[in-house]
Design a protein around this ligand. Sequence first.
Ligand code: GDP
Ligand code: MG
Length: 683
Amino acid sequence: MAQNGTRASGPRCIALVGPFQSGKTTLLEAILARTGAIQRQGTVDTGTTVGDGSKEARHHRMSVELSVATTSFMGDSYTFIDCPGSVEFVHDMRAALPAVDAAVVVCELDEKKVPQLQLILREIEQQNIPRFLFVNKIDKADSTIHDVLLLLQPASRNKLLLRQIPTFAGDLITGFVDLALERAFVYKEHAPSEVIPLEGDALDREKTARFSMLETLADHDDELMEQLLEDIQPPRDKVFDDLSKELREGLVCPVLMGSATRTNGVLRLMKALRHESPGVADTTKRLSVKAGNEPVVYVLKTLHTAHGGKMSIARVLNGQVGDGTTFITPEREAGRVAGVFKLLGQTTEKRGPAQAGETVALGKLEHANTGDTLTAAKQAHPPLAEVAPYAPVLAIAVVAKERKDDVKLGQALSKLLEEDPSITVVHNAEAHEVVMWGQGEMQLRVATERLADRFSVATTSHKPTVGYRETIKRPIVQRGRHKKQSGGHGQYGDVVLDIKPLPRGSGFTFTEEIKGGVVPRNYIPSVEEGVIDALKHGPLGFPVVDVAAKLIDGSYHTVDSSDMAFQLAGRLAIHEGLPQCQPVLLEPIYQVEIVCPSEATAKMNGLMSGRRGQILGFDTREGWNGWDVVRVQMPESEIGDLIVEVRSATAGVGSFTFKFDHMAELTGRTADQIIAARKSAAA
Ligand SMILES: Nc1nc2c(ncn2[C@@H]2O[C@H](COP(=O)(O)OP(=O)(O)O)[C@@H](O)[C@H]2O)c(=O)[nH]1
Ligand SMILES: [Mg+2]
């Protein structure tokens, strides 16, 4: 084949991305088998693939973190990053994308999966990553494949360009025609496809399809446009050059096809990557890596392995990295490399220094995090990319099964967060809970499994405590007298409080109007302390808010009065007064913004009415063809597992963000149940 003049050289780093279950892990396996990195092609169903090698991934039969494997093809090194497709694990992909030269977006010809494809493409578009589409599972497709572009184009912001068309025997797809090469191939199972003559019906279809491919390319190439208008056949090299150039510039997204399970179309994909994919030189330009001799690397993933300790999977973008290379970031010293490893899934192999373009695991960089830009230069390199995780949508409270593991749990959690920055941990001091926030049920389940398997901390989990409060609806003037006469020294404190409800959101105020020193000045702060303490548990069992307490009267005893006695008197007044003030439960109400494909918008209505939600309005989602935004108000307790239902109503793609809005009174049966539950928990 003619060599393309602008072909990138050196090691490549390619992301395999796409909807859940589209066949990325299987495709990686096929690539590794085809390029000779492994002897036998394993399968996901038997748990024998290089990707998904972790205990959790095998257990759930799905990718729950990215897998990295390096192979070589025709003298060049290629590292593939197999990214999980589930939205819950999307941060792994987002954080890895800056490092790659190109992405292969694996998809299926399934209308139901188009929104998921759109979601993934959006991430790639936002980071300007050159991308190919690989239409997988072609062995299952039928003749409707003619409509590939019709089905998939709406998901993509740039123009899809069909590079191959299938050939049929009856309804079965038996091979393909490569429109750039103008050659026909028949698929052979687990063997390279065979070239066959291009003739008959296939030739006619090839002519039409090739013309439309060239037309798409000509949109950005005037010379080609003229050639097409004058019916001149452009030279093959020019077509390849254009394909490569327009791919790099993000103008088009070439579409290839095949079957990962049968290793069909895999060699073509590798050749397309070899000839058309950008290399590290383009990527350093895209990321604005400063030229120089010093090493610059981007950390795309952090792992804590059972044996090797901490590993930072990193792409070398400039210079050379070896044992002993000492890195800094703009904020800190990141550590000193102890071991450079080649990765093949879970297998690590120690190797020599890594050159620009290579993707390797670096050992023992104690203070390097996912997303860091590291350099060994004296001056830190500005961050090449900043990928903030999405705000979490689901929380669980985690408790170590054994009390003695409390400290270990804290340490394990911090390692877990290093591995997956899309999880956050919040300590709820009021409820004495460690609350783990994440992107979905599966992610949190896997997180607790990792705590047990990898960090040896067994935990249990439960729903986090909702931030209920209570307040009062009526005022009262209440006396609180603490008096004890036992033997010698007695205790005496006596106060009268004017207790009043305050408007919602005011919190708490304490004032005094003591005349004639009936309560001596020095005891007044103690009264306030006692009141504050008593308000921590109101008559319904919750912290009391939106109350004013004014100290208006009282009495004291020259010998028996003390700070303690006045504190107790203050508490007593609250304890005895509040039950008579018509206490009422307050629950936190949140403003929730749900995003979903428009077909699912109507379902959100039903979802809300079942969850005491109130719809505030609908809108089309800006910049998202076929998506809506639904704004609702909803109690915190109902948001708990909302994501589970939103996802199931939207084939996994819907999501939401939320923020606290206000506290609202809650009465009736729901309130009674909450109060009863609190009482029995306290008992
Ligand atoms: N028929 C068919 N099934 C495939 C193909 N590629 C993958 N699969 C199956 O699709 C399922 C999901 O594959 P997997 O590689 O785990 O998808 P991932 O979630 O994208 O990594 C598995 O059951 C695979 O065996 C293919 O080309 N043809
Ligand atoms: Mg996978």
